[in-house]
Ligand binder design. Structure first.
Ligand code: FES
Ligand code: FE2
Length: 416
């Protein structure tokens, strides 16, 4: 892209991005390849594909992966592209199949991607040359991540920081109790930017603010002694419970953050009344676990409470269209209508998400106006938005010098 360097050079630190970053089709293609095809993406949950042959599709721009459970019990991700003439193979968004049969001329692939049968291909045809192309897969305590790049970036540090903190929540032994799919008319970055600040929360998220402290994100300059004391007390409790609490916030510019944070007095979970909405998950024996928050750029965030977990997956579908899937997980053996009511499980986050999507669509509409020009981030409470923008620009190859805004200490009082 010829003018990418020009565009990068006009961006002013501490301000929102120039309009083309949110609307330009060519730039969108560029970021698909440099951001979404180059980094680890959250795909889904291992519990969605419990049996061999279970699969779901993961569309990433024009690319599409078939994420499946193979015969040996492993999770794999194959490009949904037939090696004969390129047809899509799977056409249903999820299902179960003993093999992958292309609907066009019925080439049949095993779950491991090997071509098992291709009719009428003549003497000398070597099926071994035509196995499905695959992406790299990593499982993390019940979450499935994929990377489309031939040489994926390091995953180990993320795994080591997050796995011990997430595992006690038992997502591997969970089920998706509620799933909401949205098409949000906004660029994917608008959704991430919205997630990286809580400047908007107090007015826009009454349900969320019932259980969550009103304090800043990483880099927030406001101090709060009461909150810090609560945090210290809860950290002691969580250590005793074996929850290994440790806040790790975008270390060295890497794309992830994990932190366990307390809920407000009287709230055992992110519910409307503070009471549990489902049985305790995984190995948890004490409901006072606070809420474990995880974000990985560019497409995932989650809150794991003691009784349910909420995950959000973004998939870019166009410069101003983002497909979002929000899932609520509860224990696999919890019985709907007896142990939990899906409405109660999803009440806080469904409201919060839908409020956010409306804010993002409004934001996106305004950015398209001739009156839009980059505006300043709050130095008090939007430092984490700037950090995200910096990370994104780095992915696009911007090598201009810039300050590191998020240090672990600066984020000690943060909350999402
Ligand atoms: S394109 Fe798949 S079998 Fe022909
Ligand atoms: Fe929000």
């Amino acid at each position: 892209m010829d003018d990418l360097a020009d565009l990068l050079s006009v961006r002013e630190p501490g301000k929102t991005l120039p309009r083309p970053f949110y609307v330009d089709g060519e730039l969108f293609e560029e970021e698909l390849s440099r951001v979404f095809h180059a980094n680890w993406l959250f795909a889904g949950h291992t519990c969605e594909i419990p049996e061999p042959g279970d699969y779901f599709l993961l569309p990433v721009g024009e690319e599409e992966l078939i994420v499946l459970r193979d015969k040996e019990g492993g999770v794999r991700a194959h490009f949904n592209v037939c090696r004969h003439r390129g047809s899509r193979i799977a056409t249903e968004s999820r299902g179960r199949s003993r093999s992958l049969v292309c609907p066009y001329h019925q080439w049949a692939y095993k779950l491991d991607g090997c071509l098992a049968n291709a009719r009428l291909m003549g003497e000398g045809f070597d099926a071994d040359e035509y196995r499905l192309r695959s992406a790299t897969v990593r499982e993390l305590a019940g979450l499935v991540f994929v990377c489309l790049a031939p040489e994926p970036p390091d995953f180990d540090a993320f795994f080591e920081d997050v796995e011990p903190q997430l595992r006690p929540h038992g997502l591997e032994g969970a089920k998706v109790a509620v799933r909401h799919s949205y098409e949000v008319r906004a660029n994917w970055k608008t959704l991430v930017e919205n997630n990286r600040e809580c400047y908007h929360c107090r007015v826009s998220h009454p349900e969320f603010c019932m259980s969550n402290y009103d304090l800043g994100l990483p880099g927030d300059t406001r101090g709060d002694e009461g909150f810090d004391a609560t945090l210290e007390r809860e950290y002691d409790r969580w250590r005793e419970l074996g929850l290994a609490p440790e806040e790790v916030s975008f270390p060295g510019g890497s794309p992830y953050r994990v932190s366990r944070l307390p809920l407000k007095e009287g709230f055992l979970t992110e519910s409307l009344d503070g009471g549990l909405v489902a049985p305790l998950m995984g190995d948890l024996t004490d409901p006072q676990t606070g809420s474990l928050r995880i974000i990985t750029l560019p497409n995932f965030w989650a809150h794991a409470n003691c009784d349910y977990a909420m995950t959000t997956r973004l998939l870019p579908a166009g410069p101003d269209l983002t497909r979002v899937e929000v899932c609520f997980l509860v224990r696999q053996d919890a019985v709907e209508g007896v142990d939990y009511d899906p409405e109660r499980v999803g009440a806080v986050w469904r409201a919060t998400c839908e409020q956010d999507w409306e804010l993002c669509e409004n934001n996106s509409a305004g950015i398209k106006s001739v009156a839009y020009e980059p505006g300043p981030f709050s130095p008090v409470t939007e430092a984490s938005v700037e950090s995200f923008v910096r990370w994104y620009l780095d992915q696009l190859g911007d090598d201009s010098p810039h300050p590191v805004l998020e240090s672990p200490r600066a984020s000690a009082g943060s909350w999402r």
